[in-house]
Design a protein around this ligand. Structure first.
Ligand code: SF4
Length: 284
């Protein structure tokens, strides 16, 4: 199997091991999104794990690491983790809320070329986004970093979680705001109950509502911004590496699969565990 960094998709022959992993390098995040699927343990990856983890990810076949969290860019050793993965020729993406310190923001802008995608999470127009994220100014922070990245020529994608508070009008307003900035790629995501928080059900949307909102986006599209859809089912089978070192596959419900600790099993045992879950990667 091969990873195409331009398209951010995989193709080719069946893969030995795991082609991509979501590395929640930290669970620390200042925001309080009700649909968050991070475990929000408040922990970051122990520094002594960084190199052994990068090495083991390479050994199990990882071609691309998606850094997430928590807020990965704020993780104190994020630059080191990026170096360690790069040295092992793994491709990288990173997802950020944009609510980061000036220092982290500067680092991201200076290092955007190291990522095949810098993904900014924006879940509505200003008031809706700030309410969902639990922080006034979160929308301005996200749009600001997105705009600066686009101006620098970064490969930017916006992820939007389609929640029940998102009316078609709000979605269209957001669409126009993103298109005005010439955003190349916009990914619409159905909330997934993995590690569901207390009010998840209030904000979740079922398949029909998700499809209706996505259809509206296609109708309104200027065809310049590529629209990608990720229904809940798309994430079933994705493996997440948690800050403590445990690998767990997403399932259909709130509880991820039990998985295994990446550094506490042998390579052979890790491969056996990975082979129990059919490989799932984006192909288009
Ligand atoms: S920004 Fe991300 S990690 Fe933080 S609460 Fe929201 S979804 Fe969770």
């Amino acid at each position: 199997m091969e990873y195409d960094p331009d398209a951010n998709t995989f193709s080719g022959a069946p893969h030995t091991g795991l082609p991509q992993v979501m590395w929640h390098i930290t669970d620390v995040c200042a925001l309080t999104c009700p649909f968050c699927f991070s475990t929000k343990s408040g922990l970051g990856t122990p520094h002594k794990y960084l190199e052994p983890i990068a090495e083991r990810l390479k050994q199990i076949g990882v071609l691309k690491v998606d850094f997430g969290g928590g807020e990965p860019v704020s993780y104190e050793r994020f630059a080191e983790a990026v170096d360690l993965c790069e040295r092992r020729s793994m491709h990288l993406t990173v997802t950020t809320s944009g609510v980061i310190s000036p220092r982290s923001r500067r680092w991201l802008l200076e290092n955007h070329e190291r990522f095949t995608r810098v993904i900014v999470s924006i879940d509505g127009t200003s008031m809706v986004h700030d309410r969902l994220r639990g922080r006034i100014g979160a929308f301005d922070d996200a749009m600001g970093v997105m705009t600066d990245l686009l101006d620098l020529g970064a490969k930017v994608r916006v992820n939007t979680v389609l929640t029940s508070v998102l009316t078609q009008e709000v979605l269209t307003d957001l669409q126009h705001a993103l298109e005005e900035k010439c955003l190349p790629e916009w990914c619409l995501i159905q909330p997934h109950p993995s590690n569901a928080k207390e009010y998840f059900d209030t904000y979740a949307v079922e398949d029909t509502s998700f499809r209706t909102l996505v259809a509206r986006v296609h109708e309104e599209s200027d065809a310049e911004t590529k629209v990608i859809e990720r229904p809940r089912s798309a994430y079933v089978g994705y493996w997440t590496l948690h800050p403590g070192g445990r690998m767990r596959p997403q399932q259909t419900g709130a509880e991820d699969g039990k998985g295994f600790h990446l550094l506490e099993v042998s390579l052979e045992e890790a491969m056996l565990e990975l082979n129990k879950v059919p490989v799932k990667v984006p192909t288009e």
